[in-house]
Design a protein. Structure first.
Length: 469
């Protein structure tokens, strides 16, 4: 393409933008990458990387006191939060340097512009400094930001989001968390394990409301057993702030309650960053929540503009974002040859026990006219869980009753995220129950739970010896 200074201009320098830039460079294109904020986007800076390292730190603190082994001493002690936070910041800085700045230097055909951009047309982007960047195609990867609902008093009171919560200089004595999906629960448990008194409020009937109901019910109970105060199915009526604390009033359907805490974290989702980029002037259509509307090739209503990542709405996972960024760039440069396909997409919530799922729940299967065949295996039947003295959770598999093909998996386990790839592959490639049961699974691994759950469709696993077929 010879329609401008660059073959492709990418607006946004996060995971989707970098994937798009690298794909463009790999296809021999001249790439302009434009980022007005911090390079690397949400995941490395304020999302996955900092939260997961803090979660591991909180787990280490928790295990000092709570484990299932007699003869292993337990030790009390409050964590050194400033040191933990500094370790998190160091890891973020290291990965931002190695996975973004250093990677960028490896691609001489990518030119970085560190300025905010406004789209002028499908082939022109104007930088904040006044310069125009022209390109044959444009890919918008501007990401998303935390969103808060219009709760009376919330905006006036102020609150923490995921980024500011992880950047607190001192641990609060108490914390209210509004929102019990992945981000809210991960941070709630993290702070609780560091000695903070935590209350979780969720409007929907259970925690992780987007997951299988059995998962949400069980996880809520485990969190309560750990000491978190969890309220689901509530209507939040008012947020107030006085002195050094917050008061949140809510109704649980039967009566009105009020909870007080030193800090308030709102984790009620994210909304696409689409304001202030000129999208409304270049023929790009937005959805109901402000996300960019795209077709199956990630092309917007303007045929010269593509979009990918969090800016097009859910699901907001970094591995989806990177996949979409690369696909958008490839389609923009070579013609719409590849379709955006989220079949067999695994999801993980990094609580303890963790949640991992892929495919359909049994209710979703019935809604699609499929009669589900369901197996639910408590972890007390998985030898690895017994050896680790941690039998919290279960493996639930959903198969098509007619074809015996695996169509869903829902796991609640200490390392559920390490188990979900096998069911995802089974769904992607149409594997059956027998395909799973006839595959070798090493003994004393959590992944053996997948085979045992598959066997449990037709067998009583209590009557099987170790490794029995």
């Amino acid at each position: 393409m010879q329609h401008g200074e660059f073959d492709i201009a990418i607006v946004g320098g996060g995971s989707a933008g970098f994937a798009a830039a690298i794909k463009g460079a790999g296809l021999g294109a001249r790439v302009g990458l434009i980022e007005g904020g911090t390079l690397g986007g949400t995941c490395v800076n304020v999302g996955c990387v900092p939260s997961k390292t803090l979660i591991r730190a909180a787990e280490a603190q928790h295990r000092r006191i709570h484990h299932g082994f007699r003869g292993i001493p337990t030790t009390e002690g409050r964590p050194d939060w400033p040191t933990v936070r500094a370790e998190k910041d160091a890891l973020v800085a290291e990965l931002r340097q190695s996975k973004y700045w250093n990677v960028l230097r490896a691609y001489p055909s990518i030119s970085l512009f560190q300025e905010r951009a406004t789209l002028v047309s499908g082939r022109e982007v104007r930088l904040a400094g006044g310069r125009s960047v022209t390109a044959a195609k444009i890919v918008v990867t501007t990401g998303a930001s935390p969103w808060a609902p219009p709760i009376p008093g919330l905006a006036e009171a102020g609150y923490l989001d995921n980024a500011s919560a992880m950047a607190l200089e001192h641990l609060p004595e108490s914390l209210i968390v509004i929102g019990a999906s992945a981000v809210g629960l991960e941070l709630a448990q993290l702070f609780a394990r560091l000695g903070v008194e935590v209350t979780v409020l969720e409007a929907l009937p259970r925690v992780v409301p987007g997951e299988d109901p059995d998962v949400g019910i069980a996880l809520g109970d485990y969190l309560r057993e750990e000491g978190l105060e969890v309220h689901a199915g509530v209507q939040i009526e008012q947020v107030g702030r006085a002195g050094n604390g917050y008061t949140v009033s809510f109704n649980d359907g039967s009566k009105r309650h009020a909870v007080r805490a030193e800090q308030l974290l709102v984790a009620t989702g994210r909304r696409a960053n689409t304001k202030g980029f000129g999208l409304e002037t270049v023929g790009v259509t937005l959805g109901k929540k402000g996300e960019i509307a795209v077709n199956e090739f990630l092309q917007t209503a303007n045929p010269d503009i593509y979009a990918a990542g969090d800016v097009i709405g859910d699901p907001m996972f970094v591995y989806v974002v990177a996949y979409g960024g690369a696909l958008a760039a490839e389609n923009a440069l070579t013609g719409n040859a590849r379709r955006y396909d989220l079949t067999a997409l695994p999801k993980i919530t990094f609580t303890d026990p963790a949640v991992a799922s892929v495919g359909l729940t049994e209710d979703q299967a019935r809604a699609q006219g499929i009669e589900p065949f369901v197996s639910k295996l408590p972890l007390e039947h998985v030898p690895r869980s017994l050896a680790a003295r941690d039998t919290r959770g279960f493996v639930k598999l959903v198969a098509d009753g007619a074809t015996q093909k695996i169509i869903g998996a829902h796991i609640l386990a200490a390392d559920a995220g390490e188990m979900i790839t096998e069911p995802a592959l089974a769904i992607k490639f149409g594997l059956t129950i027998e395909d799973l049961t006839s595959t070798f699974h090493p003994y004393l691994t959590l992944s053996e739970g997948i085979k045992l759950a598959a066997q449990a469709f037709t067998k009583d696993v209590e009557k099987l010896s170790c490794c029995a077929a």
